[in-house]
Ligand binder design. Structure first.
Ligand code: SF4
Length: 200
């Protein structure tokens, strides 16, 4: 089983190409200014079978080029995500994973499951969000300390350099607005509020 906040079968805002994105639930780093505080509690979200998520990836595999793990903290559920990463590779998909830990910390202090996940990831984007270093200058990251660790050749530096940050906006059948991607969410929320005022 894996505890997740949500997933999207197809998004262009969480890495190069169209990707299946999984937001895991639970993070203990509590970075000041965290943009996903709802994903911090380890008891929130929903518990789902790993096999069910793999089936969902399988169902869309011909239309996507990879999967992205983000959160929350993926390395707190390393064993489940390693299974998903290995299954994704078996489908010819790349694996991009965000983590608030540094790769050095994981290599030195990580348990066997966390090291196995490191071995199953193609591109690791590592390091905690640091509000004083906030910047959207680079693709996919929100603070200057975060780094790109190309662990295989499935995702290349050239692909990341060509990538442009974007924010996707979805309105569910229940009217709930869902945002994902990288950029200034505060500015977007203000623009949406003023657009809504104009319509009403
Ligand atoms: S690592 Fe990410 S999810 Fe965890 S507290 Fe920091 S910003 Fe939030």
């Amino acid at each position: 089983m894996i505890r997740i906040g949500r997933y999207l079968p197809e998004t262009r805002a969480e890495g190069p190409g169209k990707r299946f994105a999984i937001w895991v639930q639970g993070c203990e780093l509590h970075c000041p200014g965290c943009f996903a505080t709802e994903l911090q509690p380890r008891t929130g979200g929903v518990l789902v079978p790993v096999s069910g998520l793999i089936e969902r990836i399988e169902a869309v595999k011909t239309g996507i080029c990879g999967v992205t793990f983000l959160g929350g903290e993926p390395f707190l559920q390393a064993s489940a995500l390693t299974r998903i990463a290995n299954a994704a590779h078996g489908m010819g998909l790349s694996v991009l994973c965000f983590t608030g830990y540094t790769m050095e910390w994981l290599l030195k202090n990580g348990d066997a499951d966390q090291k196995a996940l490191l071995g199953a990831v193609d591109l690791l984007i590592d390091g905690p969000y640091r509000e004083e270093l906030r910047s959207f200058r680079r693709p996919l990251v929100g603070s200057e300390n975060q780094r790109f660790r190309y662990l295989t050749e499935r995702i290349t530096p050239e692909e990341i350099q060509a990538y442009r940050n974007s924010i996707e906006c979805r309105i569910g059948p229940d009217g709930v607005l869902q945002l994902n991607g990288m950029g200034d969410f505060t500015m977007l929320a203000e623009r949406l509020r003023s657009a809504a005022k104009e319509v009403l």
